[in-house]
Design a protein around this ligand. Structure first.
Ligand SMILES: [Zn+2]
Length: 319
């Protein structure tokens, strides 16, 4: 091999990791989330079904806490409320695909599934998002869903801890049962938590959610991507951590001060991972009238033992 060819080979090997990764389409269910190795207990709080008229209040509080979250958005709601999607992205949160109209994907023909997922992917990207994950409504999907995810280059992700906030709010968010039916010992809590920002009661309860999870052992709050990268990254989520707004003091939870201090030490200004130059329009259209007909009761879930169904058989209606 000539030296020129050798250098060319070396250059190709150096560039390889920079190229877009191969199409994905993997399934990250509760088991994979719980088996995720990490050096400290992290928690990723996720909010499905929005954006809604309550999302702005949630973003205000997340900003004050300096906590990133992940929003699995409906394409239809995103289209009706683009300013809110841009704000979610601009403030450093992660957005994921939750279909266009919240159907049970397993009841749809492949073409209809493709439309639900691809149209949502397109609207989220047009609004500045970079969705890396698809969370199928109700956790229901099939082989066609995986093909579509593979084509789009996203993974299918579920959750490890379900708050069941659509039904009622738990007494202690640290005592939720995992998708394996287990409870974490005090001090060991971690996971990807499922909430819905379409519920005012959930949004209003954020301070208690944060306090409970910290008391249960969560060391830091990160996005889903950072949670899953934790085995590789010794400081996952650092860039996603933002300073509280200058006009507002940070909310008084001692453990969070650590997160704020790390952010300040690392950067003079907030460093959102997903940047957007468009300012948030306060006159964002409300999604109060967004159709919710697709939400189905638990009894309509397909339960034929398909391994692709959600591993949390207790979770039901508003996922
Ligand atoms: Zn949902």
């Amino acid at each position: 091999m000539t030296s020129t060819r050798a250098w060319g080979l070396l250059l190709a090997l150096a560039i390889l990791p920079l190229l877009p990764h191969a199409a994905r389409g993997a399934v990250i269910d509760g088991n994979r989330i719980m088996d995720q190795r990490m050096s400290e207990n992290l928690c990723a709080i996720t909010f499905d079904d929005g954006p809604s008229r309550h999302t702005g209040h949630l973003l205000d509080m997340l900003r004050d806490y300096g906590i990133p979250a992940t929003f699995f958005l409906l394409g239809g709601n995103a289209e009706r409320n683009p300013a809110m999607v841009r704000r979610i992205v601009a403030e450093g949160h992660e957005v994921g695909n939750h279909s266009w109209s919240h159907p049970n994907l397993r009841t749809l023909a492949p073409e209809a599934q493709e439309q639900e997922i691809s149209a949502t992917d397109a609207v989220l990207r047009a609004l500045g998002g970079n969705p890396a994950y698809l969370r199928p409504p109700y956790g229901n999907f099939d082989a066609h869903t995986l093909e579509i995810a593979h084509t789009l280059g996203v993974d299918v992700i579920l959750w490890s801890m379900d708050s069941h906030d659509w039904k009622s709010l738990p007494q202690d968010y640290a005592k939720l049962r995992s998708t394996r039916g287990t409870q974490y010992e005090s001090g060991d809590l971690r996971g990807i938590f499922l909430f819905h920002d379409t519920h005012k009661s959930t949004v209003d309860d954020l301070p208690r959610i944060i306090a409970n999870l910290l008391a249960g052992g969560c060391r830091r709050f990160v996005t889903v991507s950072d949670y899953l990268a934790a085995a590789l990254d010794p400081e996952p989520g650092l860039l996603m951590t933002r300073r509280p707004a200058a006009s507002r003091p940070p909310l008084a939870i001692p453990s969070l001060a650590v997160q704020h201090r790390r952010a300040r030490a690392g950067a003079a200004f907030a460093i959102p991972l997903a940047r957007c130059s468009r300012p948030w329009q306060a006159s964002a259209t409300s999604t109060a009238n967004a159709p919710r007909e697709a939400h189905q009761p638990a009894a309509t879930r397909l339960a034929d033992g398909d391994a692709h169904a959600a591993d949390d058989s207790r979770s039901a209606a508003e996922i």
